[in-house]
Each structure stands twice: as C-alpha cells, then as structure tokens.
Design a protein around this ligand. Structure first.
Ligand code: FEO
Ligand code: CA
Ligand code: CA
Ligand code: CA
Length: 640
C-alpha cells in the first residue's frame, strides 16, 4: 500500500510523537565511493556471484545488457496506463468487482451494489498472488484483496456507513480464488471453475500451532481460542511446494475501535497500533467483534500467516501461529538442503523487524500429505545486523524467539511460547533484533545462495529513539528505500549466522549528485525509482522489483514518474525499468505461468484519493484495481 496516503493503512503507523529527536546527518559517502566497490554490491565474492569490478560498473552506466535481461528498458511515465517494453503486450485479466461465479452480478460503478454482490465478485485492491497449475493451459489463481478504497466502494464515499456497507467491505477483503484458462486471446477467468472461492473477513478459519487455544485468543464468541472468523488486510503472500497458498495479514489494527471512553488500550495493543478511533472502516459500530472494549482479545486473532488449500474450496483456512504475529508482508518459503522449511517474513512498520521461521519437521517430496503440518511447529528468529566500521555490509545473526531463552522469561513478561508468538514484536525487542526501515517483501534466489528484502522507506530513521542510522538502514529520514541482501552461513538457510550487503540504495541522481540520496552506483537517471516494495525472483534468477512510492514526479521524486516495476540482474547489479503503472497506483503482486511466458502483475489502487485515473477502462470510468497479464509478441520468456 502506498505510504504517502494519509488514510492509507501503511501510513501513520507510528502515532507517538518523535522522542529524543536526534537529527543525524547522512554520512558523507559519495557515489564515487560506491564505484570503488566498497559497500554496495560487494557481497558477490562470498556468495558465488561475480564481484563487481570497476569495468562492470562502467558497463552499468553505458547500459550494456546483462546475460539475463533482454528487453529494451522503458522511460519513466506519468501516463494513465500500463507501459511495457517494445515487443511486449498487456491484457487485463480481472478488475475489482468483476464476477468470479456464473450468474454473479456484473460490476456496478455507482457504488450502490449490495454486500451480496461483492461476495460473488473479485475483491478490491489486488495484492500478492500465486498461480497453481491445473494443466498446461489452465490454472487456479489465489489473490489477496488487501483493503478497500472507501471513496470508490460506496456512493456516499464512506460518509454514511451502514451495516450492509460494513458487510460489503468485509466481502471486498480477503482472498479471491478462481480458475483461469489460456485462450487464443490470452488468459481469461472461468466463472464456472469448480475451485472458485471467495474468502472474506467473515470466513471461518482455524488457529493452529503453539498459540492456538491460549487464553489471549479466547473471545466471548469462541471460548476455545481456536475458531476465528476471517482474514483481512492480506498484503503479500507465499506458496508451498505442497500446493498451498499463504496469505499474510498486515495492517489488521485499522479495523478495530471502540466508542467506550472508559476503555484503555494496553501497552501490547499500542505496540500493534490499536486505537479507540475507528473513522475509516467503522466495523466496530456494527460488529462487536471489532469493538476493543467488548472483545479485547479479538485483535490477537489477526496478524498471522494463513495457509489455504486452493484445490479444496470447502477446506478451512489455517492460521499458523508458529510464524509469529505482526504486520506480515509476505512469506518467502524455501526448502533448505537439510529438508527443513524456511520462511522469511517481514514486519512492515517503521522500526520493526525481519524474521525467519525454520520448521521442526522435514519436507517429504515423495509424500505431499506428510507436509501438511510443517508450518505448525518450528523455531522463529529475528534478525540482528552488525556492520563493519559504518559500511553498508557486515555480518548478522538470527536470534531465537523461544520461551525460556534470550530473556523471554516470566521476569520479562513472557509466560509461555504462546505469549512469545502473540506478542512477537515485544519478544523481538527483548532479544535485541535490529529495527529496520519497514521490511516489505523477501525473495529467495532460486539457487538458494542468497535472499533479499525490500526496506521501503522510513521517515523516522535517525529521528526516533531506537532507530539509529547505520548498518542496513544507512539514511536518516529514509525517503527512497533500499534492498538488503544476505547469504546464509555455508549456504544453509537454517543457520543462525549470515553475511549481508545492500543490493541497491534507491535515490535520485538527477537531484542529488553526491552522497546517499543519489543512490547506489546501480541507480541511474534512467532507472531511478523510490520505495521498493514487491519483490520476486523468476525461475531464471531475474529479480523483479515493484514500487509503492511517491508518484509526485516532483522535487526529490522528479523524473521517477508513476509507480513501476524493474528487473535486476543479481550477478551484475544492473537494473532496468520494465513496466510503469497508471496514475496513483501501486504495482504489487507477481506470479508467472510455469513456462515463464505469462507474467501476472497487480495494479493496486489506481486513482487513490481522488487522483485522476480512469484505469483500466478509460473515458470517465471509475478506476479499479486490476490484474494484468504481460506476454511477449514472440511468445518468449518474460524478461529474457
Ligand atoms: Fe501492504 Fe507493506 O504493504
Ligand atoms: Ca497499496
Ligand atoms: Ca509499501
Ligand atoms: Ca507491500
């Protein structure tokens, strides 16, 4: 979601006043120092990638093509459309409000359609998604519908919320699952697909793992602490080799509130951003489940990773408490050579943390039924980074978040593993995890040698207590973002030690000629962008970067245009712009057909906050979040 939207869920996350304001000047590191190979891109030598030499860096500037990337990069754009390179084409697959069942009502642009219609249609604000193949030309797509654009959802723009409006919003959230078919005209949604399903903020699901059944998860309606209704604010995603979809609950706190003035918000609730005020969604006025005074434990049942079987439309989604409770971005899952399942997890808030889960059990490729419970039990860790002499590289360790270890004891307020998981953020602080510049997506390189995480931006860096400048967070008031990369010790993702560097530091070299605001050496006036967010490797090892940043195209952001998607070569550090989105959108959500010849990309909130977008239909139409499919006119592999 866009951080620059004052109503937005990712904005205003830290409500407290800045304390102990310490203005720390950017370190005077010039772009020239990057070109010597110190700092950025210096990791290659120890993770088996080519070290960056001066000649390679010179090549980046003269746009010599990498071995991986074959398209002609595009310029930045402020046009109200999706632009892709020469030889590529764009088709719209589905937009908010399109029916996903036979006989369901068509989209009604007036905003007067009832909740019952939305329950049968694609939800709003498309985000993370995964494709599960059914055959060579058929698949099921599972897609997150993160939040709602209130001003577009209702004809009254949110000024007169009714009970049906609340239900309509709940039905526009969650996950949409639907079958798609490749035809001569491209991929289309099959509304008669037997696997088609809407999962909403009211769908029954089950809490599993160490925290399930704990008193802190019990409510008036659920004395078991195991049965919960719904998932919402599903940001990014993950997928498992046993064929399930992982949907990640991010800014769940925005949906709770209370009008009970006597109610006080606990310290734990404050750490998760919960407040009495509920002006935007107003769910608590019509559903007491969301009233903090009446159901103070209900928020504890959200902020989890949820596992969904897209092949079984009747199956109950499973909330996986072993993966911790925070504002989850995505769940980057890989199977380590040891057989353990490793899931990297970001907590997207200023000054929050990067996590890793390692399963207790091992993956069995020969019997998928044995893998179904791998996310029930395991060990959660938080990352601690250390830097060599102020450089943007160094070592790191994964600190275990296990009850009884590292100070996670009753003396410090932790009485069980369930409490460690329900209050993961507090546990991370207790053990000394590094506060980060808003960890968004993590992606693991297909050869398993390294992983990356987008650190999107952080206006509090260097200005707020506990968020010092340094290490992987090198800029005060970070407005552009960076991507941190790490290599696990001995290539073992279960290891507790790693080395890291910064793959890129976004910046604007046309405005800032010197220092960190100009960005790292692989950022040029041709490829510049801000606020990297979505991230994913394709099978070939190309790194795709999606942005959710400022689209003013002015001042510090001049020349960057609309939000966009870039393609990077992790070997050379080269970065090329591949796609630009329409006005006021975020580009988020990425998946491919198995042959890598169709790329599915999410265009979220075009025209947010009344900006003049009419994407995708044009004319005077209402802007709608849309999944687009990118293919090549010659039928080739995307990006190659
Ligand atoms: Fe939903 Fe952190 O983006
Ligand atoms: Ca967004
Ligand atoms: Ca973002
Ligand atoms: Ca995001």
């Amino acid at each position: 979601m866009s951080y620059n939207n004052s109503h937005d869920l990712c904005s205003n996350l830290n409500q407290e006043q800045d304390s102990e304001f310490t203005q720390l000047a950017d370190k005077a590191v010039s772009r020239r120092s990057f070109l010597t190979g110190a700092g950025v891109l210096g990791l290659g030598a120890f993770i088996g990638m080519s070290p960056i030499t001066n000649s390679v860096q010179a090549a980046i500037r003269t746009k010599v093509k990498s071995q991986l990337i074959g398209f002609e990069p595009i310029v930045s754009s402020t046009a109200d459309t999706v632009v892709v390179p020469k030889g590529y084409k764009v088709n719209n697959l589905i937009s908010w409000g399109d029916p996903i069942f036979d006989g369901a009502p068509e989209f009604d642009p007036t905003g007067r359609a009832p909740a019952s219609a939305q329950a049968l249609q694609f939800g709003d604000n498309t985000d993370g998604m995964s494709l599960f193949p059914l055959s060579s030309d058929r698949a099921v797509l599972a897609v997150n519908n993160e939040y709602t654009n209130t001003d577009l959802l209702y004809d009254h723009k949110g000024d007169m919320i009714s009970a049906d409006d609340v239900l309509k919003a709940k039905n526009a959230h969650g996950v949409s699952v639907f079958e798609i078919q490749q035809t001569a005209e491209g991929w289309v949604v099959d509304r008669s697909g037997k696997l088609n399903r809407r999962i909403t903020a009211n769908t029954p699901m089950q809490l599993t793992g160490p925290a399930a059944g704990h008193d802190l998860l019990k409510t008036a309606a659920d004395q078991t602490g195991r049965e919960v209704l719904g998932t919402f604010n599903n940001c990014a995603n993950g997928e498992t080799p046993w064929g399930t979809y992982l949907t990640c609950e991010e800014n769940f706190h925005k949906y709770f509130g209370t009008e009970d003035e006597a109610h006080s918000i606990s310290a734990e609730q404050k750490r998760y951003g919960l407040k009495a005020e509920d002006k935007r969604y107003q769910w608590s006025k019509f559903d007491q489940r969301f009233d903090l005074a009446k159901n103070p434990n209900e928020p504890n049942r959200h902020g989890w990773v949820v596992e969904i079987d897209p092949m079984k439309p009747e199956s109950k989604p499973l909330k996986r408490t072993a993966l911790g409770r925070f504002k989850h971005e995505n769940a980057a899952l890989m199977v380590d050579d040891s057989g353990h399942v490793v899931v990297y997890l970001g907590d997207d808030e200023r000054g929050e943390h990067l996590y890793k889960f390692v399963s207790k059990g091992k993956y069995d490729a020969n019997d998928q039924s044995r893998n179904r419970d791998l996310l029930v039990d395991g060990t959660l860790y938080v990352a601690k980074f250390s830097a060599d002499n102020g450089e943007q590289k160094g070592k790191g360790e994964w600190l275990e978040l296990t009850f009884g270890k590292n100070g996670l004891t009753p003396d410090n307020g932790f009485n069980s593993q369930a409490e460690v998981l329900i209050y993961t953020r507090l546990a991370a602080t207790q053990v000394g995890g590094t506060t980060m510049d808003r960890p968004e997506w993590v992606a693991v390189h297909p050869n398993k040698s390294s992983a990356c995480c987008t650190l999107t931006n952080n206006k509090h860096r260097g200005k707020k207590e506990g968020q010092p400048v340094g290490g992987p967070n090198p800029r005060a008031g970070n407005k552009y973002g960076q991507i941190v990369r790490w290599a696990p010790m001995n290539g073992d993702h279960t290891a507790t030690e790693f080395s890291w560097d910064l793959f890129l530091i976004a910046g604007n070299p046309s405005i800032h000629q010197e220092g960190l605001l100009a960005g790292s050496s692989n950022i040029t006036t041709e490829n510049m962008f801000n606020s990297p967010d979505g991230l994913g490797f394709d099978k070939g090892g190309r790194l795709w970067i999606m942005t959710d940043g400022k689209y003013s195209n002015a001042d510090d952001f001049a020349g960057m245009g609309n939000n966009q998607m870039l393609c990077a070569d992790p070997e050379t550090g080269e970065i090329h712009r591949f796609l630009t989105g329409p006005i006021a959108c975020e580009v988020t959500g990425l998946t491919f057909s198995p042959d890598q010849k169709s790329m599915f990309v999410g265009i979220q909130h075009p025209g947010e906050k009344g900006k003049p977008s009419h994407f995708p239909a044009g004319g005077n139409s209402k802007p709608r979040s849309t999944i687009v499919v990118i293919t090549r006119e010659d039928g080739g592999v995307i990006g190659a």
